[in-house]
Ligand binder design. Sequence first.
Ligand SMILES: Nc1ncnc2c1ncn2[C@@H]1O[C@H](COP(=O)(O)OP(=O)(O)O)[C@@H](O)[C@H]1O
Ligand SMILES: [Mg+2]
Length: 345
Amino acid sequence: RVNISILTDFLIKLMKLPISFFATKTTGDIMQRMSDQQRIEGFLTGTSLNTLFSLINLVIFTFVLIHFNTTIFLISFGATLLYLFWILAFLSKRRELNHKQFLNSSTNQTTVVELVQGMTDIKLNNCEQQKRWEWELVQATMFKFKVSSLSLTQYQQAGSMFINQAKNILITFLSVKAVIDGDMTLGGMMAIQYVVGQVSNPVDRIVGFIQSYQDAKISLERLNEIHDLQDEEPVEKHLIGKLPEKKDLLIKNLSFKYPGAGNDPVLKNLNMSIPQGKITAIVGESGSGKTTILKVLMRSFEPQSGGIRIGDKKLDQIALKTWRNSFGAVTQEGYIFADTVVGNI
Ligand SMILES: Nc1ncnc2c1ncn2[C@@H]1O[C@H](COP(=O)(O)OP(=O)(O)O)[C@@H](O)[C@H]1O
Ligand SMILES: [Mg+2]
């Protein structure tokens, strides 16, 4: 249930974002953020309870070990600290890898979605090979990344193994020596081996906990990046829920450029009026900005300067819901849902 409510909240927020957000973010980015939250689920459901029991185990067996032999306890304690530091030292690198992994996966998702959705155009324009190569390039990048992240994991594991094995050998040596010198019974030695094992088990669990906590935290940060974005229509803004009597549209000194770096202004100081009750046609060459005017009128995008008035009101004072309720639009890139004709209408 937590899982679904995290996703639902995300979707609710997503639907409140301005249309321009979807013009700049890729499909893969959004999909990856959503599938990433499985890590939050995994963290909440899997590791937390286990770790709690492990901690209890750790405390009890630590006391038993102190009672048995203080030197061996100190060695075990020192090695455990070293192990924890070793793992903690890798956390920032893990975060970096997680970030790269996110970028890779979202690029991959975007590529696949584009391949499937654009298949008709790919085939009609004979560019199957080009598109397949693009896809293969993405796969090659992902493969290289996997190799580099695997080597990091191996460094981490080799270090952990070295610390733990060194500890075990040292403890075995000391306890065997104690038995030979007659300071410890053979049974005592066996008991110490067992207790040391019981102490290191929970430590491994705690390490797993730290790592999955980090993964969950990063995923949550990614979801929050979206939650922190400004809504298309902030609730605190006072908006008019009804269109004025006179509905002439007047565009004054309007300038607009599409969001994203390097885009030139499409509309520059545009002035025009669209009288109520008449049919107005906008004609012009392809690429002159006809569709853009409509997108600004539909308030899919905010103009950078200038404004639109409807009758005696400014258009941005009207609630979006009211405004969008009062027009119908069939866009060039209209989306057909996997539904019946009636459902689509
Ligand atoms: N989403 C977009 N991002 C950046 N530039 C765009 C976008 N859509 C259109 N443009 C640019 O804006 C200009 C006007 O486009 P458009 O309004 O679609 O023209 P028209 O509908 O008159 O053919 C074109 O130069 C086009 O390249
Ligand atoms: Mg057009």
